[in-house]
Design a protein around this ligand. Structure first.
Ligand SMILES: Nc1ncnc2c1ncn2[C@@H]1O[C@H](COP(=O)(O)OP(=O)(O)OP(=O)(O)O)[C@@H](O)[C@H]1O
Ligand SMILES: [Mg+2]
Length: 416
């Protein structure tokens, strides 16, 4: 029997697609993709569930495809969460260390993070993550890991992400309705960041911007840690919708033309170049100047990027982000998006694509799959460090607990 102790699954529920992945880690520490299941999303709008039955069916569809291609049965998975209900803040936790002759261990770190969790949030909101940014030991600042240090007082600065209880319940219900236990919910842009950001970029300051179909998810990293996250309710859908309104063509035709011929720098397009698009009315097809399409797309893309810039600026971070912007999400495929983003945000910009994958990975080498791949990496990193990414290190594990945990993964994916 194949050992499945280190096999993981992820489900990214986006506004346009649901993507389920099954993967493991090779001895050379590459992620090997064992199964992929992508299906069109339904019942999801702006990153949030708005029809339980349709969303559940879309998840079932995607999970079944991933199960078939990997020859496994998925029982548990890491699941992405996004939507306008998400909010975030920075909060501090402080504890005193009772025994000064005993070095700080994971119990103390766990208590400090627990203290950071105990902030007053409305009863209709739940904490999704408490992410440590840095620690202080007896006033010594910017300690990245206090394990093994001596001190009497431990402070932790954290980034706390909360979501609406109902939105979390709806998401969990759909995933569980598809027969999969939601092992953990991970904020979508944090997962995308996991897949595409370099450590150096996080250290020097970087904005991860995932522009999907229905939402634009932002995560800002400074000094190697998450400082700010946010979700804006705009995405590729709005670009397509502007083509529908501006060119008077059906949505599906506008979508196909956008993906094939779309550009956001009109001056880069030959003025003579026309494209044939299916249209409403009696005409059947019409010929549209490609530059006209680009003008429509540019206007909206520029507005979206300005919204991102203002959002980050309001949070006070535009000055100290030397590594600039990394774009992910399907809309990062739009031609001309990098120069346009550089012009709007006045920073270096690149597109982030998952890399270093082996196995069934061809389709995933696309910025649209950054969240899915990042979720898998998150799950692997978590198990390796035995840290629960709600930000709480699990209590120091007894050997039996470790085995139980491994047992959980073994059960999670058994060959059918
Ligand atoms: N080549 C392309 N050019 C322009 N847009 C593209 C291209 N390929 C995909 N897109 C757009 O990317 C969007 C889908 O991106 P993605 O798969 O990241 O979204 P999602 O994760 O389903 O949604 P969200 O994260 O917003 O909930 C669609 O709007 C699609 O039109
Ligand atoms: Mg997405």
């Amino acid at each position: 029997m194949v050992s499945r102790a280190s096999t993981f699954a992820s489900v990214d529920i986006g506004s346009t697609k649901v993507c389920t992945l099954v993967g493991d880690m090779t001895p050379e520490r590459h992620i090997r993709i064992l199964g992929v299941g992508v299906s069109p999303a339904a019942g999801v709008s702006k990153g949030m569930i708005d029809n339980i039955q349709e969303a559940t069916e879309a998840i079932v569809n995607s999970v079944e495809k991933a199960e078939r291609s990997s020859g496994t049965h998925i029982v548990a998975a890491h699941v992405s969460i996004a939507g306008g209900h998400i909010s975030s803040m920075n909060n501090k936790g402080v504890i005193s260390v009772p025994n000064r002759n005993h070095p700080i261990d994971r119990n103390e770190i766990g208590r400090a993070l627990e203290a950071a969790r105990s902030l007053s949030i409305p009863t209709n909101r739940d904490i999704i993550h408490v992410l440590p940014r840095y620690y202080m030991v007896d006033g010594q600042e910017h300690v990245t890991d206090p394990t093994g240090m001596y001190g009497q007082r431990l402070d932790v600065e954290t980034h706390v992400i909360t979501g609406a209880v109902t939105a979390i319940q709806n998401l969990t219900k759909c995933v569980e309705g598809a027969g999969v236990q939601a092992e953990e919910l991970v904020l979508a842009p944090l997962a995308s960041a996991e897949a595409v950001l370099e450590r150096e970029e996080k250290e020097q300051g970087v904005i991860l911007v995932d522009i999907g179909g229905g939402s634009t998810d932002i995560a800002v990293y400074v000094d190697g840690a998450v400082y700010y996250t946010s979700v804006l309710p705009v995405g590729g859908y709005h670009l397509t919708h502007d083509l529908v309104a501006g060119l008077r063509v059906p949505f599906s035709a506008a979508e196909t033309s956008k993906e094939r011929y779309g550009h956001v720098v009109p001056s880069a397009i030959d003025i003579e170049h026309t494209v044939d698009i299916e249209s409403f009315g009696s005409q059947g097809q019409k010929s549209i100047p490609r530059r006209r399409m680009a003008e429509i797309l540019q206007a909206r893309a520029e507005e979206m990027l300005e919204m991102v810039f203002l959002d980050v600026k309001r949070a006070g971070f535009d000055e100290m982000l030397a590594a600039g912007v990394v774009l992910t999400g399907g809309t990062a495929n739009l031609q001309g998006i990098v120069p346009l983003a550089e012009q709007v945000m006045r920073m270096p910009v690149r597109v982030g694509v998952p890399s270093g994958l082996v196995g069934l990975s061809d389709v995933l080498v696309n910025p649209a799959y950054a969240t899915s791949v990042g979720l898998l990496q998150w799950a692997m990193r978590e198990t390796e460090a035995n840290v629960n990414y709600y930000g709480r290190p699990s209590p120091a594990p007894a050997v039996g607990d470790w085995l139980k945990r491994l047992g959980g993964w073994v059960r999670a994916l058994l060959p059918q």
